[in-house]
Write a new protein. Structure first.
Length: 284
């Protein structure tokens, strides 16, 4: 096999943490065939060589779009990337199609996707791009006005992409439960506004989504946590830094801990670091 092609396959395997089995799925060959290519025991046919070139081009786009590589890739990310590659390689016409990196944020400023633009990818692949683009936003570089646009973009995509309840929670949980107060903290957003929006999402899950008893109890407790925070006089304004937020939230957290609310759930809901939670628990 051409040494350049061997190096390309090894590069893809090493930098994107693909197993031989995953490479076999992408190339549409057996695992043994992939192994034989790498070891030089056999050569790919013309179709496989073209596929390798296409894969390389897609992965270059992946990197240029700011998606994670190497040790930043988790198991689920690798599986998602395999699915994404399979889809991209099976799509013969790409003109006019929003590819991986261009789906949400390729520019420094978020922008609303025009309704006239049609994304023909399956919804689960749109979700992959959507999640990765959200993860790679640098909040520190966004103005309040830009963040308003970003929140509109999130709402837009949640409304136009058909999601199962489980998929919707993948978006809602990280970006409305875990990240909501960090966003307020950095951009001096009105605390009450974001808490109110989060409570609406919780109610939506409680009343419209089939839940296990454990998940239902978690949402009820999160609703209680946020409701109690909303009542606190010290939390009625925005915060210019995290230290001010932690100081303002401390009395509420101590009371919630005394009432038996799990510290991990409080930490997740209010975006409180583990170290600070441990300190508050020891001070009460």
């Amino acid at each position: 096999m051409n040494n350049t092609l061997v190096l390309k396959i090894k590069f893809i395997k090493d930098n994107f943490a693909f197993s031989d089995q995953q490479l076999a799925i992408i190339f549409n060959v057996s695992r043994k065939t992939v192994h034989n290519w790498i070891t030089g025991k056999s050569k790919p046919n013309t179709k496989s060589v073209k596929r390798l070139v296409d894969i390389t081009q897609i992965l270059v786009e992946w990197v240029e779009s700011g998606y994670p590589i190497s040790d930043q890739l988790g198991v689920l990310d690798v599986e998602n990337l395999v699915e994404l590659l399979k889809y991209e390689l099976s799509t013969s016409v790409k003109d006019g199609v929003l590819c991986m990196g261009s789906f949400l944020l390729l520019e420094s400023e978020p922008k609303i996707i025009e309704s006239s633009v049609i994304d023909t990818r399956p919804d689960h692949l749109k979700l992959i791009s959507f999640k990765h683009n959200l993860k790679n936003i640098n909040l520190d570089e966004l103005s309040r006005e830009t963040l308003d646009i970003l929140l509109l973009q999130i709402d837009h995509n949640l409304s136009v992409i058909t999601l199962t309840p489980e998929q919707r929670n993948l978006i809602i949980s990280p970006y409305y439960f875990t990240k909501n107060l960090i966003i307020i903290d950095v951009f001096k957003f009105e605390y009450d506004r974001v808490v109110k929006e989060t409570l609406i999402e919780i109610d939506s899950n409680l009343f419209t989504t089939p839940l296990s008893d454990a998940d239902r109890n978690k949402y009820i407790q999160q609703k209680y946590i946020l409701t109690e925070c909303r009542k606190a006089d010290s939390l009625q304004t925005g915060f210019s830094n995290k230290a001010d937020y932690y100081s303002a939230i401390a009395p509420v957290i101590k009371r919630l801990l005394t009432e038996g609310i799990p510290s991990l759930l409080i930490s997740k809901t209010l975006s409180i670091p583990k170290k600070i939670m441990e300190q508050l628990a020891s001070d009460r």
